[in-house]
Design a binder for this molecule. Structure first.
Ligand SMILES: NC(=O)C1=CN([C@@H]2O[C@H](COP(=O)(O)OP(=O)(O)OC[C@H]3O[C@@H](n4cnc5c(N)ncnc54)[C@H](O)[C@@H]3O)[C@@H](O)[C@H]2O)C=CC1
Ligand SMILES: O=C(O)C(=O)Cc1ccc(O)cc1
Length: 361
């Protein structure tokens, strides 16, 4: 029987466990997680057939998936390279940085163990096994970086293992990966957290300020709710790229400050115009969304029962909502409701149903 061992059953590890269950119901899943609540949840939901301590389940496994925080992944690779793994075992990981992990994996390659580094470019600011789902990564990019030529030949095998996740596979080097991801994922997490902290300091002793935060503030700072352990480890494991891009971002902010001081309206116009053209190219559907989360923004009237109408119509159509957030509602004018769905098809169907509802109002 094929055995899969997963170390770390949080948001990402549990989502992969669910996808493997769906794609390969005959595979045995062994898992490990230091958190007792996760262990209990994983067994109750049959995410794993057995929970084991540390790397105990790795020895007899055909596939080993490392899905803990980045430093845990690095330590696990070091420990696995000291162990006698099953002949032909394939090891992979899901960490948000790749060069530091691929470097560690040379110890596995030297022992003849195949390692393919992986990174699903989707997820969320939520954590834990209870937030995971099989289709968390649907239509999202999933980077694969084989650590050796031999491992490269086994890409189709890994893709088949995770086929039910329905991702878009993408291969690049660890160096390219870290540079790109530093700019589009790591830097935005620093900016979001920095903005929230600076806002908190500005409004110290004046809680009304934070309570008034509107849609724009909430959508650009959503990722500031991410896990602090995970993010401090990511930054320290991709420090070179991040420091360079952070310096460039600081220079961009300094330049805006200079333009404001100089009263240079034309320069400020160019600043916003350039950003608008670039951001509009991403398309409206991505606004505020994590890949794999499909957002729909709906105008709702300031009327008793309007929110209930929306949720009832979607429930009647059998569409499930991942999250619902009121972004803005003011007396006597329409409010904006942000609905998040797990699939684009659900978002489309909801859009049609709610457009018909809006017409009738
Ligand atoms: N959150 C996201 O959106 C994404 C995260 N990642 C990467 O996935 C990995 C896991 O992140 P999430 O699942 O989001 O975090 P999470 O916080 O939901 O889950 C992490 C899990 O690892 C467990 N854990 C802690 N120390 C461990 C250890 N030494 N060995 C094994 N498990 C351990 C925790 O108990 C927890 O259940 C991280 O390396 C992160 O960089 C990759 C793509 C997206
Ligand atoms: O929630 C979001 O928008 C994210 O950015 C999720 C995420 C977090 C870490 C990654 O390595 C990849 C994706």
């Amino acid at each position: 029987m094929t055995t899969v061992f997963i170390k770390g059953l949080g948001l990402i590890g549990s989502s992969l466990a669910r996808a493997i269950r769906e794609g390969h119901p005959d595979f045995r899943i062994l898992a490990s997680d230091p958190d007792p609540k996760t262990q209990e949840y994983a067994l109750s939901q049959q995410l794993a057939d057995q929970m084991l301590p540390g790397l105990e389940g790795a020895e007899g496994a055909d596939y080993i998936i490392l899905a803990g925080p980045v430093d845990a992944i690095k330590a696990d690779i070091r420990q696995l390279s000291q162990m006698d793994l099953k002949k032909g075992a394939l090891v992979t990981d899901v960490g948000s940085v790749k060069q530091a992990i691929v470097d560690q994996a040379q110890a596995l390659t030297k022992k003849g163990v195949d390692f393919i580094a992986g990174h699903p470019m989707a997820g969320s600011h939520k954590t834990g096994a209870w937030a995971g789902r099989a289709l968390l990564f649907e239509n999202a990019f999933y980077f694969l970086i084989p650590a050796s030529q031999a491992a490269g030949k086994r890409l189709p095998e890994l893709e088949d293992l995770l086929k039910a996740a329905r991702v878009k596979w993408l291969q690049l080097t660890a160096e390219e990966h870290d540079k790109i991801i530093a700019q589009i994922s790591h830097l935005p997490h620093i900016v979001a957290a920095g903005l929230v902290n600076q806002t908190e300091d500005t409004f110290a002793g004046q809680p009304l300020g934070t309570r008034l935060a509107a849609g724009g503030f909430k959508s650009i700072t959503r990722i500031a709710s991410s896990d602090p352990t995970m993010w401090s480890q990511i930054l320290l494991n991709n420090s070179e790229d991040i420091l360079k891009q952070l310096a460039e971002f600081q220079a961009e902010l300094k330049e805006v400050a200079r333009e404001i001081e100089a009263g240079d309206e034309a320069a400020l116009y160019d600043f916003f115009q350039k950003a608008k053209i670039s951001r509009d190219k991403l398309g409206p559907d991505q606004v505020g969304a994590a890949p794999g989360h499909y957002d729909l923004f709906v105008n709702i009237p300031d009327q008793v029962g309007a929110l209930a109408d929306v949720t009832r119509l979607l429930a009647e159509a059998g569409i499930s909502i991942v999250s619902l957030q009121i972004l803005e509602i003011r007396e006597e004018i329409d409010g904006v409701l942000q609905l998040t769905f797990a699939r684009e098809a659900d978002r489309q169907q909801a859009k049609e149903i709610l457009a018909a509802y809006e017409m009738k109002k």
